[in-house]
Every structure is written in structure tokens, then in C-alpha cells.
Ligand binder design. Structure first.
Ligand code: IVH
Length: 795
């Protein structure tokens, strides 16, 4: 798959607010005159130098990596086309920023160079071909490489003399770095003395200092809670942490180090890159376990694809894959071009971060009334896709990031997920930008929007009257995994709702037999005879529906597709399900009971003991202290529960009241029974009970049922099937069935279908192109089946 390169931006000049780093239309390099090229190269050089300084010296970049890469790429393209314009200070000659004066300087005996980049498979093949040509290898001699994840941190060089760490330095400008020995010593993954044997008397180990994602998130959350400085991403955090004046602060930061290269050595210690990595591991370093030795361009591309697929699960950020010729004698022969080795290249992932301007914030109202803020953005290319919107999650998130309309924001697209706004470039904030005020009324129906309890979502309280909620509920109802009504999509729903024809699911089925409205459709909406017939057929086809789709289609909060399925299996038919929900609705716990249950030390056991107790109506011992009264009222209650109860009780009458609450106001058994269905749980059970508690919902449900011809019962999974109770993972592109089909079939046979492989997995069914899950299966010793083997097993 070739990565699309986003169009390089052109910036006007230095750093005032008008010069936001937003890609703008520009002249292709091929069309520039030499004079134009010179002018633009000057401008780009200055801009890059400024960003280098912001990035390396201040650890406070103003633009994303993607935008930086775009600038650099364009500068290099210009230099390639007009070699005469190159100078010792032009972008192609620079590796980083000069060191700041804070730390002592360290001259790197062997320079710390950077890598040339490849952005697509073609450039990787060129790289491999170039090497074969350079080495004059016979056509069929394969070149072996080591492909390593390109860790998105900052590189460091560690000097060991006689196995003892004597100095640690940052890269700096590649020739001179900063002495951060004391700080580097605080990293657990950096040995103070080398273990094992075979290390040269002098060796400089090089690698990447980085912060694992989870640790970075935890740090930011804690810093946020304490009102301290947070960081935009793990790399800035790692850089900022390593360059602390006080090593004690660095020591508290969760930094880690991967070894992958070396500088000066007093003696050779390996013949291959891969042997060198093995040696590092033996000497006590962490070496990345996804580094792999492969042959030829296709081998490299294979590693790239698998790392790209697993990227979000690695636990640390990578921004590409580094390919290095494995044989060190060949590395030696290949040597260096000005700024980077000829024997290595970085194959970058498509740009996944970019900066752009936040033009507005739209509030979307969901099916359950939740208000979701969506960023309206100046269109920008991220990872080859034009992005115009990004989620801002909720009001707390906007406040936490202090995102304001007019701000330049850093946008991120991780895999297939909705783009996220990761931060704001505060230096580019317009003077008149004001903090965003989240609406407290629904933008669609005007009802009050409130936050319940500790929920982060603000919700519109206009439930039944809110058009947004009505349409969202209907959209959900007809969606593919619910009623899946062909010919009735969002567009038609909105139109029919606007005409006042459809408010609730039953209306859809009524429409199909409403000759008057169907005539109007033909006359006024330009529906042809065939479209009308198809619409009716699409609707009528769903008058027979399976129980799980029906439950899911109701759109009850917390009841997703999976929960609907387990519920339908547990109850088997609609009548039993409805009855259980009604009973649960009538048996919802009262508020007093909830308060009591939430009291410290009042456990389920204590609640049971209180429900059983029958304290007399009159205080048998008025002078006794509260604790004694409680012991009298509830024999057997332990001291911590007695103390808690004393705090919420004023006298004997309160105790008799609590006894009644415990006895009468607890959740009904049926609610507990629903909650006890595996895969359901108390939150979903309570949501169902609340839904059926609401008379209007019952009306809507019963009206729908009146329109349906039949609800198909769901057979409980066969327990004597060979896969009953087994956990199965499907991976790769399946050819014999669709993923949904395979999953449904397995589940109907009593198997549990999971998305990830662990040692608890029983079978991995792998189709062509299976990648990391297959590897995981091997790692955990899980049985791997082809699709045919799976079919043979279950039929
Ligand atoms: S090798 C002479 N290997 O990428 C070759 N670099 O763009 C030196 N990086 O400065 C670098 N992971 O900070 C190499 N497995 C890896 C790497 C890696 C991350 C960084 C490193 C380097 C930059 C080059």
C-alpha cells in the first residue's frame, strides 16, 4: 500500500499569528523558477531552523511532525532539483538544533546521524535496489536487513568504559550533545554496569529514550489533578523529563530506553546488526522484541505492514520502521551520505498528526440525549485523509485542554478511529479567543441539558419531544445490526420525520400499509412505483425479527448488540423477556436503599442482616448510646458497619426505618437475576428496568410489537457442540464466510468469540493475510485452524 504524501505547506515568514502552519495551495517544485526556488528555500530554511530550536531546545514544538516533515520534504525536493542552491546550512545538512547552555557539551566521537526517509513501498524498493547496485551484488543474492520499530522518543548515547557507565548524552546537533549523565542514570532500563561478557573496553550504546503511553497518560492525569504542567505527547514528555536540571525529577518520570545502535567502540563485538542487538540484550539492555531479520524489499514491507497494524497496541509510540543492512561489513562498505547512512532508511508511517484551525464547535445530540461536541476544522490532510471534523468528547475534555474557537489545534488520526484533538498550540492563539462555554440547553429542542451524578456527558432532558433524539433513535432502529430495513436510510428517515409521518418504530410499519401516504410519496416526493414497492418490501420483510435484533433495536441505554444477544439467549422469547423487564422495573431499588447500600461498610451481607432484623417499634433502652442501640436493633452487626450506621441515624426511629428500607426497598430478585446473566451486569440491568419503568416506552414497545408478525425465539446455545464453552478468535480475511456470519455461527454453538488472542484462547481461525494474531497464537501455543478445518470441526 503506497502512503499518500500530503501536499507540503508553504509558510509565509516567521512567527506571527497569521502564519499558521496550515497547508496552503502552492506551486509544484517542478514548476518553480530558480529565483522562486531560492527565495522559498531561504524561507523554508529559516522556518525549519526555528522549529528545530522549538523542538530540541525548548521541547515545545509549534507544529506537528507531519507538518514539519512536509516542510522538510519540500525543502529537500527544491535542493534536489536545484543542487546549486545547497549550502552548508541548508536543510539537508542539518540534523538537529544547537545545544542550549544548560548542560555541559559532549562531542560525539562518532557523529549521531539521522536517517533518510522513505514514504512509500516504491521508495523502499529503490533503497534495496540502490544497495544491491552499490555492493555490486549478483541479481539473485538477497540482502538481509533488520527491521526495527522507529521509536518516537529522543536518542541518547551511553558511554561505558570497562563495563561501567561513565557518560550519557543527548544527540544535540549530531556532533555535539548535552551531558545528561545524571539524568540518564535514573532510568531503570539503563544498566550502570554491563552484565554478561564480551563487551569492548570502550563502547557507546545508542538508543531511544521514550515514555510508555500508559505511564505518560497516568502522569498527565495526575499533573492535571494537581494543576501542574501537562505534556502534549509522550515524546515531548520524554524530552522534557530528560532535560530536567534536577535529576531527582527525572527519576520520578517513567522513562525507558531501547538500545539499537552504537557509536565509538574499542573493538568489534558483532558481525551483524542482529548480532549486535543480541549482544546488547546480553549486556542488560532492553532491545525491541519486534525487531526482525528479513530479506529483500518484500520482507521489509511485510514487517512494516504488521507493525502498522499493531501500532496502537504496542504501548509506546512509533512513527515508522527503520531498515538496516544486517551485515556490518556491508554497512562499512556502504558508508554515509552527507547526513545519513547509506545502509539504513526510515520508512515512515503516513502522517497521522497535523495542525489546523478550529473554526467552530457543533453540538450533536445522540439517541439517549447526550450532547457531544464536535470540532469543525479548517480542512487538513492527516494520514492521506481530509479531516474536517474531530470529536472533542465532552465538556470536561474541552475545559481540560482549554480548546477555544480560533485556536490552532493538533489533530491526530490513530488507525481507523475518529480523529482526536490532542492539544492546542497556545502560542498561536488569537488575542480575542475566549474560553468555550458549553451549552446548558439542547441546541435542537431547547430543553435543559443536565449532568447526572458523576456522568461526564451532559444530556438533553427533552427525551420524547426532542427531534434530535427521535431521529437518532429511529436511525438506530433501522440500522444494519438492528432491524436492518433496506431502503430506509438516514435521508428518508429525516424526510419522513419532518413530514410528521414517523415518530416511533411502529410508524415505520404503519407507513408501509398507509396508502394515502404512499400516494403522496409518488406524487410529491418523486418516488417511482418500483421505489415504493421496494420500500414496502424492505419494511414488511422485518415484520419477522429475531429477539436479539428486537432488543438491540429498542435502543436502551447500555444495551449494545452483545448484551442484546446474551439477553435473548437467556430469556429465549419475547414474552419471557418483557415479563422479566417489567418485574425488574417494578422492583428497582429505592433511593434510600441506594444511599444505604452506598454507605461505608454496609455490604450486601450487612444489608441482608438488616433486612432480616425486626427491631421493635419503641426504643427498648432510651438512655443507651447509639452504638448500643444499633447492636440491639441489628444483632451480629460488626463494629465498622455500626459506626457508619450511627453517622446516618439520629435515634431509634431511624433504625427501624433503615430496617424497613433494607427489607422493602432493595432491588427485586429478578433485577439481580438479569444482572447476573453473564455479559449483562448491574448497570445494563438497571438501564433495562428504567426503560420499562417509563410508561411511554412501554407504549412504544407494545405498538411496535402489534405491527410485527413474529419475534423469532433464540435457541440457547447447544452445549454438546464440540466448541461449546471454547474461546475462538477469527483473524485474517475470511473467504468462506463473513466475519459477522462466522461470529454468529460460533456463538450459536456456544463458543465465545474474542477479538484478541491470549493463553485462554482455544482456537484461532486464520484466513489469508492473518498477521499479529497468528503470531500471538504461536506465542501462547493456541491451536490454529484454517477456515476449512474450523468448518469440519463444527459441522
Ligand atoms: S538508527 C545512524 N534505529 O530515529 C542511524 N534510529 O530519524 C542512527 N530512532 O535519531 C539511528 N528508533 O532518534 C535508529 N530503531 C531505531 C530507531 C531510531 C528511533 C530515531 C533516532 C534517530 C532518528 C532518525
Amino acid at each position: 500500500m503506497d502512503a499518500a504524501i500530503p501536499p507540503p505547506p508553504v509558510l509565509n515568514s516567521a512567527s506571527n499569528k497569521a502564519d499558521r502552519a496550515i497547508p496552503m495551495p502552492h506551486t509544484p517544485v517542478d514548476a518553480l523558477t530558480e529565483d522562486q526556488a531560492r527565495e522559498e528555500l531561504d524561507r523554508l530554511s529559516a522556518e525549519l531552523a526555528r522549529h528545530d530550536a522549538l523542538y530540541y531546545a525548548d521541547a515545545a514544538p509549534e507544529i506537528s511532525d507531519a507538518d514539519y516533515d512536509d516542510l522538510k520534504r519540500r525543502a529537500l525536493d527544491i535542493e534536489t532539483r536545484f543542487p546549486a542552491l545547497s549550502s552548508p546550512v541548508s536543510p539537508s545538512q542539518r540534523v538537529g538544533a544547537p545545544v542550549s547552555s544548560q548542560f555541559a557539551e559532549v562531542r560525539h566521537g562518532v557523529p549521531m546521524l539521522s536517517l533518510d526517509n522513505a514514504f512509500d513501498d516504491g521508495e523502499v524498493r529503490d533503497f534495496v535496489a540502490r544497495i544491491a547496485r552499490f555492493l555490486k551484488l549478483p541479481g539473485d543474492e538477497p540482502v538481509a536487513f533488520v527491521a526495527e520499530p522507529k521509536i518516537d522518543g529522543l536518542s541518547a548515547s551511553l558511554r561505558y568504559e570497562k563495563g561501567v557507565l561513565v557518560q550519557g548524552a543527548t544527540r544535540g546537533d549530531g556532533k555535539t550533545g548535552e551531558d545528561v549523565t545524571a539524568n540518564l542514570r535514573t532510568l531503570d532500563s539503563i544498566p550502570q554496569t554491563l552484565t554478561g561478557s564480551g563487551w569492548p573496553d570502550v563502547i557507546e550504546i545508542r538508543g531511544e529514550v521514550y515514555a510508555p503511553n500508559a505511564a505518560f497518560d497516568a502522569f498527565n492525569a495526575a499533573a492535571e489533578a494537581e494543576g501542574k504542567r501537562t505534556y502534549a505527547n509522550p515524546r515531548n514528555f520524554a524530552a522534557g523529563s530528560l532535560r530536567q536540571k534536577d535529576p531527582k525529577i527525572t527519576a520520578q518520570r517513567p522513562l525507558t530506553f531501547f538500545a539499537y545502535a552504537w557509536g565509538e567502540t574499542s573493538a568489534p563485538f558483532a558481525d551483524t546488526q542482529h548480532g549486535a542487538l543480541e549482544a546488547f540484550r546480553a549486556w542488560g539492555f532492553q532491545v525491541n522484541d519486534r525487531s526482525a531479520r528479513v530479506e529483500g524489499a518484500e520482507g521489509l514491507i511485510g514487517v512494516y505492514q504488521s507493525l502498522e497494524a499493531d501500532r496502537s497496541r504496542l504501548g509506546y509510540d512509533i512513527d515508522g520502521v527503520v531498515y538496516k543492512v544486517d551485515r556490518l561489513d556491508w554497512q562499512q562498505r556502504l558508508g554515509f551520505i552527507a547526513r545519513s547512512p547509506r545502509w539504513a532508511i526510515a520508512h515512515k508511517f503516513p502522517a497521522q498528526q497535523a495542525t489546523t484551525v478550529l473554526e467552530g464547535i457543533d453540538i450533536q445530540v445522540g439517541r439517549t440525549g447526550s450532547l457531544t461536541p464536535v470540532a469543525r476544522l479548517h480542512p487538513v490532510t492527516v494520514g492521506g485523509v481530509v479531516v474536517r471534523n474531530a470529536t472533542l468528547h465532552n465538556e470536561d475534555e474541552i475545559a481540560r485542554k482549554d480548546v477555544r474557537i480560533g485556536d490552532t489545534v493538533v489533530l491526530q488520526r490513530a488507525g481507523d478511529v475518529i480523529p482526536q484533538i490532542v492539544g492546542v498550540v497556545e502560542t498561536l492563539r488569537p488575542d480575542d479567543a475566549v474560553p468555550y462555554v458549553f451549552p446548558t440547553t439542547c441546541p435542537v429542542c431547547g430543553s435543559e441539558a443536565v449532568r447526572e451524578g458523576d456522568e461526564v456527558k451532559r444530556r438533553c432532558t427533552g427525551g420524547l419531544i426532542c427531534d434530535a433524539q427521535i431521529v437518532e433513535r429511529l436511525k438506530h432502529f433501522v440500522s444494519r445490526r438492528a432491524f436492518d430495513i433496506e431502503g430506509l436510510g438516514e435521508k428518508q428517515l429525516i424526510a419522513f420525520h419532518a413530514r410528521g409521518w414517523i415518530k416511533e418504530p411502529a410508524d415505520i410499519f404503519r407507513l408501509a400499509r398507509d396508502e394515502e401516504k404512499l400516494t403522496l410519496l409518488r406524487a410529491e416526493d418523486g418516488y417511482g412505483e418500483t421505489s415504493v414497492r421496494n420500500l414496502i418490501a424492505g419494511i414488511d420483510a422485518r415484520r419477522v425479527i429475531s429477539l436479539d435484533r428486537l432488543i438491540f433495536g429498542l435502543g436502551v441505554r447500555e444495551i449494545g448488540e452483545q448484551t442484546s444477544l446474551v439477553l435473548s439467549r437467556a430469556f429465549g422469547n419475547w414474552t419471557a423477556f418483557r415479563e422479566a423487564c417489567m418485574a425488574a422495573a417494578n422492583g428497582l431499588a429505592g433511593d434510600d436503599w441506594k444511599a444505604l447500600a452506598a454507605t461505608h461498610a454496609i455490604s450486601t451481607r450487612v444489608l441482608g442482616l438488616m433486612a432480616e432484623a425486626t427491631p421493635p417499634a419503641d426504643d427498648p433502652w432510651p438512655e443507651a448510646p447509639m452504638d448500643q442501640k444499633i447492636a440491639l436493633a441489628f444483632p451480629g452487626m460488626a463494629a465498622p458497619a455500626r459506626r457508619s450506621l450511627a453517622e446516618i441515624s439520629d435515634g431509634w426511629s431511624d433504625l427501624t426505618r433503615w430496617a424497613a428500607v433494607a427489607r422493602d426497598e432493595g432491588p427485586s430478585d429478578i433485577l439481580n437475576q438479569i444482572a447476573g446473566v453473564s455479559g449483562v451486569g448491574p448497570v445494563a440491568a438497571e438501564a433495562l428496568a428504567h426503560f420499562f419503568h417509563e410508561p411511554h416506552n412501554l407504549q412504544v414497545v407494545d405498538a411496535l410489537l402489534a405491527e410485527l408478525e413474529r419475534v423469532e425465539d433464540v435457541a440457547a446455545p447447544t452445549t454438546d457442540s464440540p466448541v461449546a464453552g471454547k474461546t475462538v478468535v477469527f483473524t485474517g480475511s475470511l473467504e468462506r464466510f463473513t466475519r459477522d456470519e462466522a461470529k454468529a455461527r460460533a456463538e450459536s454453538l456456544g463458543a465465545k468469540v474474542s477479538g484478541s488472542v491470549s493463553k485462554k484462547t482455544d482456537y484461532v481461525v486464520a484466513g489469508p493475510g492473518a498477521g499479529s494474531k497468528l503470531k500471538d497464537a504461536e506465542k501462547h501455543g493456541v491451536t490454529v485452524l484454517t477456515e476449512d478445518e474450523w468448518l469440519a470441526l463444527i459441522s
